[in-house]
Design a protein around this ligand. Sequence first.
Ligand code: BES
Ligand code: MN
Ligand code: ZN
Length: 498
Amino acid sequence: MEFSIKNGSPEKQRSACIVVGVFESRKLTLPAEILDKASDGYISSIVRRGDMEGKAGNTLLLQNVPGTLSERVLLVGLGKEKDFREKEFCNAIRTTVKALNDTGAFDASIFLTELAVKKRNIGWRIRQSVMVGLDAGYKFERFKSKKEDVRRPLRKLTLAVSRRTELSEAEEGLAQGLAIAEGMAMTKTLGNLPANICHPTYLAEQAQAMAKEFNLDCEILERADMEKLGMHSLLSVARGSHQPPKLIILTYKGTKASEKPIVLVGKGVTFDTGGISLKPGAEMDEMKYDMCGAASVLGTMQSVARMALPINLTVIVPATENMPGGAATRPGDIVTSMSGQTIEILNTDAEGRLILCDALTYAERFEPDTVIDVATLTGACVVALGHIATGLFSNKDSLARDLLDAGDEAHDRAWHMPLWDDYQDLLKSPFADMGNIGGRWGGSITAACFLSRFTKKFNWAHLDIAGTAWKSGADKGATGRPVPLLTHFLLQRAGKLN
Ligand code: BES
Ligand code: MN
Ligand code: ZN
């Protein structure tokens, strides 16, 4: 799908479809009113008849509206005007793209982007429209012999701005929205790919391909390299698998070398059976999504490179399967992590933290300004926050604040969870420096506490995306989260958000 920005009047657009909004209690938005005048009250007469009451999610397609130059007009319900905020705006765009896909329209001019949204400027409205529009149009059909047939696919969307002075800010929002949406699409596809295709070697190849396309540095550490580094915690997870583990490092240099990099670390368990602490069978297929942290940091890297942000960014992906087998790690085994700290592995299904801890220690060598890890780490996080918010933990409150703000701005929200010392005791082991599990309660917190023992040397945040990285049920699929949050955080750091 192509996007462009335009300043102009709705009745003068030559397009297959003009999209305007109607609020509840039948109040026309300004562009709808302009069409109404041009058509001698045609729109308001339809609205008065009760065919479009303005309820959120409703749409009405009109053909050959008098006084206009376009084939169709799509009325989109927006709900109550006083309740119209960010979420309602995004939902209206999503509804629009879905409704347009059901028409024969090849292109459309959307005037919803002219609507005021509290606290959000034109850059936000355009960026968000592009992200939501492309997200709504995403399909994963690689393994379908027959692709879903769309009669005439929607190809071009023109987003309207009400003032010429807004054009340059809108164009910047458009470029950012496209870059973020592309990153999200990559993240979703990597997540959706089955584990027989998307294994650690595949992830490494994808990273190398991206490095080539965007001129990044890419280094892949093999099992032998990791052995030399003493990454026995990471390697203990890979023991049961026939797929070799990989440690992927991608480096983007967008500013002077003296500026310390931001490091993103993504959990890349390409399939999590639980290992010897085997998971129950129900829904185990969804554990192909256990590399969504990795997918999201790779997607974020792609967006950042596409936007050419003036920052230095390093991405680290520890990639492995977690499988049972004759060589697999047993409950009770003790390993020495790269940091030198010893770990008693009481449950082989708590493997995410075991690979992340060595990747986090490895991050020290980049002398990072900030390290953020992203992981589908705990079922307990889903119990705590459901599928709405990502769990956020940090050893620095101002970093947590910045990430929360980025999540709000991107409408990809996180919630700040505690990381108090009081929880650390739960990780005690009689035989090693720590166990890898903290017992039944507060599971997402004890997992974060485990990681915090490997991040003392830098500002660090941990995003537990177990509840937000993918959807189950009828619309099963990766969501692309938290790419919007991360890219907005980095846009902010780069001084590119206004
Ligand atoms: N990948 C899982 C976490 C997970 C489970 C994410 C379900 C999304 C949905 C992780 O490796 C895991 O198995 N965690 C265990 C930890 C426990 C053994 C302490 C869990 O959450 O049950
Ligand atoms: Mn697990
Ligand atoms: Zn896992």
